[in-house]
Design a protein around this ligand. Structure first.
Ligand code: ZN
Length: 284
């Protein structure tokens, strides 16, 4: 049973170490996709601005053509007025000249307004174009960096899960399934390494009898070595599998405090050895 508990603890530690990498593997492509969509939006805006500008330019050209036609019409009306023989003819020709003058004045105003529109739109378009180029440039750089980073993260993740399948093979299949579900759905860790009577995952104080049992590691009924999911204890609150720290400490990464105390004892040992040497030298 102890082997199974160690496998479970190892599996949990591996997955915990892989978690940040998994998160990055998920969020980084999402971030790049969001950027790509922003660039697309800018491009659509740009296309729209361009077609608006083209329309304004076309309309202006149409008005310019009309203006030259109206100027010709005015010249014809003036010629007619000069050839008028009767009062009636002269009045009619004069009215035609006036009408053409008014039409020409209106056209000229219209063309000036359209010219302003074209100028404003050209300026906006230039601005949008440089914004778009900037965004596209940034996107390309980010996408390139992300591609590199993703490969890095894949490799790092691969390193921390080396041997994961071997650990899984040691565990009852139903337990592995339940573990997977907890990992996906529970907001708590799927495995709780217990050292002081509280569940490491949800911080609940475990019933004293349960704490005693998980310290033993075995359920009283087990002797065959063919373990099932029922041989494992779970937290009554968060359902994490409970593993007593003392039974699996050798497979867990050392905590900072343990690291320090190990260093301290090694130093003490070295100091002890050198003072013993000094003592030996003194007596000889
Ligand atoms: Zn718990």
């Amino acid at each position: 049973m102890r082997d199974q508990l160690r496998a479970l603890a190892k599996l949990a530690k591996m997955d915990e170490a892989a978690k940040d990498f998994d998160e990055e593997l998920k969020t980084l492509p999402q971030r790049i996709e969001a950027m790509r969509q922003d660039v697309d939006t800018l491009e659509k805006l740009l296309v729209h601005e361009r077609s608006q500008l083209e329309e304004a330019q076309k309309l202006k050209q149409m008005r310019v053509d009309e203006l030259s036609e109206q100027r010709e019409a005015l010249a014809r009306a003036k010629a007619k007025a000069s050839r008028a023989r009767t009062m009636k003819e002269a009045d009619a020709a004069e009215r035609e000249v006036e009408a053409n003058r008014r039409a020409i004045g209106d056209r000229e105003k219209e063309i000036a307004t359209l010219q302003e529109t074209v100028e404003t739109k050209t300026a906006t378009l230039e601005q949008r174009e440089s914004q778009f180029e900037e965004a596209q440039d940034m996107f390309r750089k980010e996408a390139e960096a992300a591609k590199k980073r993703l490969a890095e993260v894949q490799a790092l993740r691969g390193e921390v899960v080396v041997g994961r399948d071997e650990e899984i093979a040691k565990l009852p299949r139903r337990l592995v399934k339940r573990y997977g579900r907890l990992r996906e759905r529970s907001k708590y860790a799927p495995v709780s390494i217990v050292s002081d009577g509280t569940c490491e995952a949800c911080q609940m104080a475990l019933p004293p009898q349960l704490f005693i049992e998980i310290q033993r590691g075995e359920r009283a009924s087990d002797s065959t070595g063919d373990y099932t999911i029922h041989d494992f204890y779970t937290c009554p609150q968060c359902h994490a599998f409970l593993v007593y720290h003392g039974l699996v400490a050798d497979v867990l990464p050392r905590t900072e405090a343990e690291e320090e105390s190990a260093e301290a004892s090694q130093e003490a040992e070295e100091a002890g050895a050198s003072s013993a040497e000094a003592g030996a030298e003194a007596t000889s």
